[in-house]
Design a protein around this ligand. Structure first.
Ligand SMILES: Nc1ncnc2c1ncn2[C@@H]1O[C@H](COP(=O)(O)OP(=O)(O)OP(=O)(O)O)[C@@H](O)[C@H]1O
Length: 709
């Protein structure tokens, strides 16, 4: 008889047994995971090293991590005697490391969102670049809220100091030319040899440092961008915000610095030579010439809505009503300034802006002037004389000391005849501005100018041929690009809405607070104004922070996400949506060339009577080009001791770089060849040439086009 296996009497018992087994297993797994995590934590804490651990197979960025103590003792406790300059994001000190090496230590202003952002950018971009044309980043320090960056020390400091400091001897011509060539080569390295290409985003004299032999190196990558995609420069911060922050957190914990990767690819260090580069420029439709005030917003809105919309968004999304208001203003400017697209296309005469100023009624003018605070970058060079004045009125008058300078208001109400801004002697100090009353410096517009005005009016009615030519050349392109821009705009709005809104709010709040501070400290002769920090003690050693150099405004610019770069150096197409192209660097480089050649700041405000057109360097240069006398721009301090051929080449090259259509600006590789004499400078666009384009020219262009079709 076979004994029958007794069946489990109770199915419930079986279920509970299975449940018990599962629970036990799950608990064991959880326990094991916790133990593993604790072990991992312990291991990484114990084995944390100051330098980054690198997998030999992965080309990670190696940066030395300094301790705060080490840097403090290197800089004698960050004493004033070791301070060598102050920028928008922090103070730079000279330091001597334990091994005797001379370094420059930048102590970033703590707690600032902008500083943190620039710190990350600097480490991630500059940290991956090794080139004799770029200032080396030797290491960094992160301790609590303190952020420090250590660079190689550049004995002759910045070009800003060499060009403008009174104590410095004037830079001779060959040094100036070498600096221009060095910067061009540095940009060529960034744009062509780096993979992904790097767009510097803030090319200006204080970011060009000079070694013991006055050879230049490019520095300050706080606003730089990587061109990760085929077409668009990528805002590292906005685009890679999440990633950067993650990387930063991990860096903070373990002392490791993350590397930039392009999506899912293997991490690639910046600065890896590229075999080839297919450059596609996102040419934004701006204007055809350097004229017309309203035209800029007009084309901006019509052909490349992205910048203007994003700008409005970031500035005014806090308040719908304000937003509507501002948009209304823009429309009114269009109505007042440039009535039609036709007119816009036909406006090629700089003198028109004078006409505009004279033609507007007081209210209209005031409205126009007010708006400058919001879209001055579209006007900074194109509108010449009026630009300088209104710009200074708006930014300096109202932003810095409206209550203490009644002259600003008086000046605003001044007759349209008095359009000149004649403020003399290098105004590197705020107190000098106060001493300088604008009404004293007004000069009557010379007869010549009035004639220009009349000319400007007649120029509005340009021969049809010119307009047609321009339209033929660009209209197709513009419509394509405006579609592209719309797509981009949509993308931008979706992608960047929250950070922009947030930062805008913070910034506005900060400014209100700073404004109160300004008013309190306005009498302090040792104070200087920073848009980032409001009034602060002036660092007498720093020329880089000269408020009249245009650099001052970089504080303002870099404090908002809708504006980036430095006033007068920033390309007109760059509205700050985060898309920055190589051609924006080319524009800034153009301004830099003019500054180096002329020894003047882009907005040169003087206290002795002078011609208004000289106040705005770019506008003045364009006028000289029209008159066929570009060499008048060369620094007077050089007397005749310079190479005329080289100087003229540099100025004409600068004009080519300053073209409004980014796609018309030369590539950096061509620029280097031109400067080396290996390539001819392409013929300049008609607006810079003394003679207008001939009929044959426009016909032949059209013929070429129809042949191509
Ligand atoms: N590596 C360096 N060696 C020597 N001097 C330096 C070095 N880096 C900066 N400096 C000096 O410190 C000054 C301030 O530099 P920093 O980069 O902080 O500000 P900036 O470029 O003038 O302004 P911003 O940061 O707003 O663009 C420079 O003008 C330069 O004189």
């Amino acid at each position: 008889m076979t004994s029958r296996q007794p069946l489990p009497s109770n199915p419930r018992h079986m279920t509970s047994t299975i449940f018990l087994i599962i629970t036990t297993l799950a608990s064991l797994i959880i326990l094991f995971a916790i133990l593993y995590f604790l072990y991992y934590l312990w291991y990484s804490l114990v084995h944390r090293s100051r330098t980054n651990p690198f997998d030999s197979n992965t080309p990670l960025v190696k940066l030395h991590r300094f301790s705060y103590k080490e840097l403090k003792s290197a800089t004698e406790g960050f004493s004033d005697s070791t301070s060598i300059g102050k920028g928008g994001s922090g103070t730079v000190f000279r330091g001597i490391l334990e091994d005797g090496k001379l370094v420059a230590v930048k102590l970033l202003d703590s707690g600032s969102f902008q500083s943190e952002r620039e710190f990350q950018n600097e480490l991630q971009i500059l940290g991956g670049i090794k080139s004799p044309l770029i200032v080396s980043l030797l290491g960094y320090c992160v301790e609590k809220s303190k952020r420090l960056v250590v660079y190689e020390y550049m004995p002759n400091r910045s070009l800003q100091e060499s060009l403008f400091s009174e104590s410095n001897l004037c830079m001779n011509w060959s040094r100036r030319f070498d600096v221009i060539l060095d910067v061009a080569k540095a940009l060529a390295f960034l744009h062509i040899d780096c993979d992904p290409p790097v767009i510097h985003g803030d090319v200006k004299p204080s970011n060009v440092l000079l070694d013991s032999e006055y050879r230049a190196k490019l520095s300050d990558f706080g606003l730089s961008r990587l061109k990760l995609e085929e077409e668009f420069g990528v805002d590292l911060f906005s685009q890679e915000l999440g990633k950067s922050q993650e990387l930063w957190k991990s860096q903070d914990l373990s002392g490791n610095l993350g590397v930039l990767t392009t999506g899912t690819e293997t991490p690639t260090p910046i600065g890896t030579p590229m075999e080839s580069q297919d450059e596609v420029d996102f040419a934004m439709a701006l204007q055809a010439s350097s004229s017309s005030k309203g035209s800029k917003s007009f084309q901006n809105i019509r052909a490349f809505g992205l910048n203007s919309v994003t700008h409005n968004l970031s500035f005014f999304n806090e308040n719908d009503a304000t937003s509507r208001n501002v948009k209304g203003k823009e429309v009114s400017v269009i109505e007042n300034g440039v009535a039609s697209y036709e007119e816009e296309l036909s406006s090629f005469d700089n003198s028109k802006k004078l006409d505009l100023g004279a033609a507007l009624s007081g209210d209209d003018k005031a409205r126009n002037v007010k708006q400058w605070g919001k879209d001055w970058w579209w006007r900074q060079d194109g509108s010449g004389e009026l630009c300088s004045k209104d710009y200074v009125m708006e930014w300096i008058g109202s932003q810095i000391c409206p209550s203490t300078n009644p002259e600003w208001d008086l000046e605003k109400k001044c007759s349209p005849q008095k359009t000149s801004l004649d403020i003399s002697a290098p105004l590197s100090k705020f107190e000098e501005v106060q001493e300088t009353t604008l009404h004293e410096q007004e000069i009557e517009i010379p007869k010549k100018e009035s004639e220009k005005e009349i000319k400007g009016k007649t120029h509005n009615k340009k021969p049809r041929k010119m307009k047609e030519w321009w339209k033929e050349e660009h209209l197709d392109e513009l419509s394509k690009k405006s579609k592209k821009a719309k797509r981009l705009e949509h993308y931008c709005k979706k992608r960047f809405k929250i950070p922009h809104f947030d930062i805008g709010k913070r910034f506005r709040f900060k400014r209100k607070r700073n404004f109160r501070m300004q008013n309190q400290n306005v009498d302090d002769p040792d104070a200087e104004f920073s848009f980032r920090k409001g009034w602060r003690r002036k660092n007498s050693r720093s020329v880089g922070s000269d408020m009249w150099s245009g650099d001052l405004f970089s504080r303002e610019l870099s404090s908002t996400t809708s504006m980036r770069g430095t006033l007068c150096y920033v390309a007109p197409e760059y509205g700050g949506c985060g898309y920055l192209m190589e051609k924006a660097d080319i524009y800034s480089f153009g301004v830099l060339i003019l500054v180096i050649v002329s020894g003047r700041r882009p907005l040169h405000v003087l206290n002795s009577p002078m011609k208004l057109e000289k106040a705005n360097l770019i506008s003045w240069c364009k006028q000289l080009a029209n008159a066929g006398n570009v060499l008048e721009l060369v620094d007077e301090r050089l007397r005749d001791d310079y190479n005329k051929e080289q100087a003229s080449l540099c100025i004409n090259l600068a004009l080519a770089c300053l073209q409004k259509m980014p796609e018309l600006r030369p590539d950096i590789s061509d620029i280097v060849k031109i400067l080396k004499g290996e390539m001819e400078l392409p013929s300049l666009p008609f607006e810079f040439s003394p003679s207008p384009p001939s009929r044959n020219f426009s016909r032949s262009r059209r013929r070429q086009k129809s042949c191509a079709e």
